[in-house]
Write a protein that binds this ligand. Sequence first.
Ligand SMILES: [Zn+2]
Length: 128
Amino acid sequence: MTTIAALLAELSAAGVELRVVGERLHYRSRSGLTGGLRAALEEHKNALLQYLGRPGEREPEIAWRVTAMRAQLAALPTGTPLPFLIARPTPRTQGGCLSCGAPLQQAATGVTARCHPCLLAVWQVLKE
Ligand SMILES: [Zn+2]
């Protein structure tokens, strides 16, 4: 089974942004969706909606990250460019999430910046 977190990481790596508007899933992509990603979006639409709908309330691993990132956004002066949101101060380590320091499992696929919970937390915070 394709996990939703893995699919989200793949979509993110492909530059696809997802948003939940009401009960609908919207996506935006600068370079267009490949057939495979489009099919995966269709196939997992309901699960994505559920996952993106309120991940912060369902998953404790995401919730504390959402709280930390929300605070960073709230502290920004209006009009400031969006910074790289982090879950906690962490030394930059090879193969570690730049946001929380957790070991990354995705290094081989080119997703090297964030772990899945941090990725989901960013999604949650940015669509608020
Ligand atoms: Zn992380």
